[in-house]
Structures are given as structure tokens and as C-alpha cells.
Ligand binder design. Structure first.
Ligand code: UDP
Length: 349
């Protein structure tokens, strides 16, 4: 009896194994049929046999959009438009805004912005917000997060449809270095708590600045850095990197690509989250050793971008300084730091 049972069990197992093999074979063949080019999702474009693969990052929604013919032999010759690791460097004249907007508009993307207005820096917020309404991602969903210790002084502000403002309270500080340094931690937390699932991109911007011209879809990318206007013509030995080996922001002599701004950076949420988390933890590790990097989070950001190269680099058009004369290669100033009296606005010197 037990012998019979043993044989039946073996037969049953063999039968189940065969069924399993048959199932895998059938599902694999079905998948192959679905993935064959003949079965790609198609759209009627008036051109028989054409297949459009949906969800391609840079997909044109219209196949008859007219725009200036691109050239690979004519264009900006006064500036470099690609990094040695092949990330585009965005200057006026290197992109077609009409084309880019026609690609990104149907995607219904959402852009988060963080801006810190702690202590007297609240005075810059009105101009920042007003000019953002005129130039920053016009026609897109934008959510500005203001971090301040003076929520009652946030200007009452009517934003265009699809755009909103949220205020987050943060403690005051009597050291500007600390305000500047804590930004990474708060950006990391905002992404974790609020942005995942709600926004696609984030830009982190200085409040003591104004928009003067378009800042839009040309700036989108994975990890986006802005070249500092103060050093882009200098030899890297003059960049104000952190030079002490004891700091986690240390940059050795003879290395470094560009000097990037702490006042403007951004990209996809997951990339900026990793940047903020890493800079925060490096900043905290330094603090445990009693070290503060030369330019706080800007130093840590520069170290991060040296190791993790940005996928898109924005030229100094994207953060100029009002006190600087415009150089000839700057055809447009899009965003610029206002002239300020540090002694009057910072809590300490
Ligand atoms: N900040 C602030 N309150 C302060 C100091 C700084 O809110 O007392 C924020 C603000 O967003 C500012 C940014 O930190 O734009 C960078 O600081 P700051 O402009 O003083 O640095 P700089 O770019 O002039 O070196």
C-alpha cells in the first residue's frame, strides 16, 4: 500500500513539473509576441506602418511641429556646451524652448522649489515670488516651499492656476552659517515627507535673488548643478573649495571640474535626495570633529558633484550676481542675486 502511495506521489510530482514547464513555455512565447515591434502601441500619424513607443523621455506629441532646423556645424562658438563627461551645459542659444515645452507640456510634470527666508532674509521673499511668477516654469505645476521662522511675514500672494505656496516653520538661528548648513537636512526631509509621489523635480534656490528671464524645461535633468558666476573664468586652483583634509568636503589641489553654486541646484527627486542626505551626513560628521567647511553646504555640494557628476550643468545665466558686470558670453541673465548689505541682514558676521 505504502509502495503504491510512493509511486502515485512520484507520478503526481512529475505531472506537476511537466505542467510547470508548459506554463513557463507558454507565458514566455506570449511575452515575446507582445514585445515584437509589430505589436508596439501605435498611433495614427498619417504615415502607414509607423510605430510610436509611448513614454520615451523626449517624445514629440505632434509629428508636424515646425521649428528652426537644428545644426551641428553652427551654433554658440564662444562657450563650451558640453562637459568632458558629456553632460550638456545650458546657455542661451543652445536649446529651443518651443520644442522643449511641446515635449514636456503633455507630461504634466510638477516642480517643487525650496527657498529659505530665515530672519531678516524674509525681506527678499516678495520679489523672489513675484518674479518667479513671471519667469519660472510658466504654464507648469509649481509648488514653492518657503522655510521661515517668520511665517506671519510671508507676503499674501496670489499665484497663477496650478501654482501653490506652502510655508514651513523652522527655528531661528543666531549664526547664518547654521541656517545655510541646515538646508540640506530640511530638503532631505521635505522630499521624504512630502514630495515623493507628488513632484517630479525639485530646485533649491537662494531667496536673495530675482528672476529676470526664462528658467524652464531646458533646466530639467537627473542631477542639475549651476556654475558659480564668480569663478567660471578662473583656474581651479583659485576655486574656494574646502582644502583641509580633515573635512569631508576636502578637495585636493589639482582636482575639480567647476565651482558650483550652493544657491541653485536641483534635478529629479531621488538624485537631489541622495545629494542632500550625503551632504547632510558629511556636514554632521565634520561637526562632530569640530570642523565647518569653508563655505558650509556649498563646499559639501562641490565635493559631491565632483564625485557624482551632474547630468546637466546650467551656465552662470542661471545664477548671476547683480553687482557683477555682465560678461560678453552672458546673453541673458535668468536669475541673479541682489546686492545686499550683509552687516544689516545677517544675524552675525
Ligand atoms: N539665509 C537665510 N537667513 C540668513 C542667512 C541665510 O534665510 O540669515 C538663506 C537664504 O535663503 C539665503 C541663503 O541662505 O539666500 C544663502 O545665504 P547668503 O545669501 O547669505 O549666502 P551668500 O550666497 O551671500 O554667500
Amino acid at each position: 500500500m505504502s509502495q503504491m502511495n510512493g509511486r502515485s506521489v512520484t507520478l503526481l510530482l512529475l505531472f506537476l513539473l511537466l505542467l510547470g514547464i508548459l506554463y513557463v513555455y507558454i507565458t514566455q512565447s506570449y511575452r515575446m509576441i507582445l514585445c515584437s515591434p509589430d505589436n508596439e502601441e501605435t498611433k495614427d500619424t498619417g504615415y502607414a506602418g509607423e510605430a510610436i513607443v509611448h513614454n520615451h523621455e523626449l517624445q514629440m506629441p505632434l509629428d508636424d511641429l515646425q521649428y528652426k532646423q537644428p545644426s551641428i556645424t553652427q551654433g554658440r562658438t564662444d562657450v563650451v556646451t558640453v562637459t568632458p563627461w558629456l553632460a550638456p551645459i545650458i546657455w542661451e542659444g543652445t536649446f529651443n524652448p518651443v520644442l522643449l515645452d511641446s515635449i514636456y507640456k503633455p507630461k504634466n510634470i510638477s516642480i517643487a522649489v525650496t527657498v529659505f527666508a530665515v530672519g531678516k532674509y524674509i525681506m527678499f521673499l516678495k520679489n523672489f515670488l513675484e518674479t518667479a511668477e513671471q519667469h519660472f516654469f510658466i504654464g507648469y505645476r509649481v509648488h514653492v516651499y518657503v522655510f521661515t521662522d517668520r511665517p506671519n511675514e510671508v507676503p499674501d500672494f496670489k499665484m497663477a492656476a496650478g501654482r501653490q505656496l506652502s510655508v514651513r516653520s523652522v527655528p531661528s538661528s543666531n549664526r547664518w552659517q547654521e541656517i545655510s548648513a541646515r538646508r540640506m537636512e530640511l530638503i532631505q526631509m521635505l522630499i521624504e515627507e512630502k514630495l515623493y509621489g507628488n513632484s517630479d523635480y525639485i530646485f533649491c534656490l537662494d531667496v536673495d535673488s530675482k528672476f529676470h528671464d526664462r528658467w524652464g524645461t531646458e533646466s530639467l535633468g537627473g542631477l542639475v548643478a549651476v556654475i558659480h558666476p564668480g569663478y567660471y573664468r578662473d583656474d581651479r586652483s583659485r576655486f574656494p573649495y574646502e582644502r583641509r583634509t580633515i573635512s569631508k568636503a576636502y578637495m585636493a589641489a589639482g582636482v575639480g571640474d567647476f565651482y558650483y553654486c550652493g544657491g541653485a541646484f536641483g534635478g529629479r527627486l531621488k538624485d537631489v535626495h541622495l545629494l542632500a542626505k550625503t551632504c547632510r551626513s558629511n556636514f554632521e560628521a565634520d561637526a562632530k570633529e569640530g570642523v565647518e567647511a569653508a563655505w558650509q553646504e556649498e563646499s559639501h555640494l562641490n565635493r559631491y558633484m565632483w564625485i557624482n557628476k551632474p547630468s546637466k550643468v546650467l551656465s552662470p545665466e542661471y545664477l548671476w550676481q547683480d553687482f557683477k558686470e555682465r560678461n560678453s558670453e552672458i546673453h541673458i541673465i535668468r536669475f541673479s542675486g541682489v546686492v545686499k548689505n550683509y552687516a544689516a541682514i545677517r544675524p552675525n558676521q
